[in-house]
Design a protein around this ligand. Structure first.
Ligand SMILES: [Zn+2]
Length: 252
């Protein structure tokens, strides 16, 4: 028995899942892989191997898939979560480092997609950027998907384009979960779900709580007026943050 205890003590990273550091400067231990498909969802672009997350994230996505299918909505498309050990991506977003962030596309999949189609599927932009309005592709099914995603207690915030936040405010009025839907440029073809640090994980660095209220008033108006901000939100140079000590040498 004593020998077994020694083994357990030596291998904590391999046995217990943990999110370490901040969403944009961290890593993860013992991540789980989201299976390529399940009720109500498909993983896209799996060849990038960014389908690893903390168990809380994997369960959240699977639960959301069940809710999507029960609501009669088309299956959702799950894009990047995190790399197996987390850490910064070589390209793309700055966050997604601790297995607690995931991107869900707003377009529907083709019926019975082949794995090859899921690798190459194109994003559909829900915003007509020239006229600064939502496109005809943004419909009630997108609103319902976002509402289902945001109602879950595990969700800390969800990032969407300001015009999508506006559409959610118009559709759902004073719903308390609206505060979790946060405007952010660059989120017009997908939304980004961020979960709260799992209970008891002291090395997971939380983000400041979202402000009180629905965020549908002055704050949203500020975002909607900042069209210049949208134009400058283009591709960024690779993000190389200073990682917590526990992540150095663990991530690539
Ligand atoms: Zn994202």
């Amino acid at each position: 028995m004593v020998r077994w205890c020694w083994l357990l003590w030596l291998l904590p990273g391999a046995l217990w899942a943990e999110a370490i550091g901040g969403y944009a400067a961290g890593c993860q231990m013992n991540a789980r892989a989201l299976p390529g498909s399940g009720p109500g969802y498909y993983v896209i672009r799996s060849e990038r191997q960014r389908y690893y997350g903390q168990p809380q994230m994997i369960h959240y996505l699977q639960d959301l898939g069940h809710r999507v299918s029960r609501a009669g909505l088309p299956p959702m498309l799950v894009g990047d979560i995190a790399m197996q050990r987390g850490g910064p991506f070589a390209y793309g977003h700055r966050s997604h480092q601790t297995g607690l962030d995931a991107d869900i596309w707003l377009r529907s999949p083709p019926a019975n997609p082949l794995p090859r189609q899921l690798e190459t599927i194109e994003a559909v932009d829900m915003v007509d950027h020239r006229h600064y309005i939502l496109s005809a592709d943004f419909r009630d099914q997108q609103r319902q998907l976002l509402a289902l995603a945001a109602r879950d207690q595990r969700v800390n915030r969800i990032f969407v384009h300001p015009l999508i936040k506006q559409a959610m405010c118009q559709a759902y009025g004073e719903s308390p979960w609206l505060r979790k839907i946060r405007p952010w440029f660059g989120h017009s073809s997908h939304f980004h779900v961020r979960l709260t640090c799992p209970e008891g994980q002291s090395r997971c660095q939380p983000q400041a709580p979202v402000p009180a209220g629905t965020g549908c008033g002055a704050e949203l108006a500020g975002w909607l007026n900042d069209k210049a901000g949208e134009i400058t939100a283009g591709p960024r140079t690779p993000w190389r943050p200073t990682l917590p000590k526990a992540c150095v040498g663990w991530v690539r």
